[in-house]
Design a protein around this ligand. Structure first.
Ligand code: FMN
Length: 185
């Protein structure tokens, strides 16, 4: 069993980092371990809502082009559209996290929370393996296209596109506020 101080240290040291070496590949074993870590998060009613798409190689450009074309068709800022075409080439691996929809609004929300918990497991597992990761949001309007790209079921919600690789540089630190606790007795 790991010591509480070791877990604390892991959580303290994890930082979102997009300063990734795009040319340093990540072992399949490491990618799989991160996906398995996400699968270990709790989910309600055993709905197992997590869906994962591991995007590598040329597929990163295809994903960028797909999202950029949707953004262009919506009239998004042209400079953002152009940046999006190549943005997934910034890391050797992009892991898409999806949450299956539930049979009610409440179940869909719980599925989303389960996948978000999985995302944090994944971030910590990456940190423990010396890998850099950044959770990025999908572009507005691109949910269904990304889901289809990853061969996920209809109505799967895309929670994040996780850039993964080895750090090229350390990210700047983030100043955190004190923990907002209401003590009630
Ligand atoms: C739901 C979610 C969506 C995020 N989307 C983005 C994003 O689109 N782009 C980005 O640069 N960072 C994104 N982040 C990362 C946060 O910006 C980052 O966690 C925050 O700056 C705190 O840094 P830290 O993770 O090092 O504590 C996202 C984080 C979460 C939880």
């Amino acid at each position: 069993m790991i010591q509480p101080s070791e877990l604390q240290e892991l959580m303290n040291s994890r930082r979102s980092n997009i300063l990734i070496d795009a040319n340093a590949s990540v072992e399949v074993l490491d990618i799989t371990a991160l996906c398995d870590a996400a699968m270990l998060a709790p989910n309600h009613k055993r709905t197992w809502p997590l869906r994962l798409g591991v995007v590598q190689g040329d597929a990163r450009s295809r994903l960028g082009e797909l999202i950029a074309n949707i953004m262009a068709s919506q009239g998004d800022d042209p400079s953002k559209v152009e940046r999006t075409r190549t943005k997934y080439l910034r890391a050797p691996v992009v892991i898409v996290l999806g949450a299956r929809d539930g049979d009610s609004g409440q179940r869909s929300r719980e599925n989303r929370y389960a996948v978000a918990a999985g995302a944090q497991n994944m971030l910590l597992a990456a940190e423990a393996r010396g890998l850099a990761m950044l959770w990025s949001s999908p572009a507005t309007g691109a949910n269904d296209a990304i889901s289809e790209f990853c061969d996920f079921e209809h109505h799967t919600e895309i929670l994040g596109l996780m850039y993964l690789g080895y750090a090229a540089q350390s990210p700047p630190g983030v100043e955190r506020p004190s923990t907002p606790i209401t003590w009630i007795s």
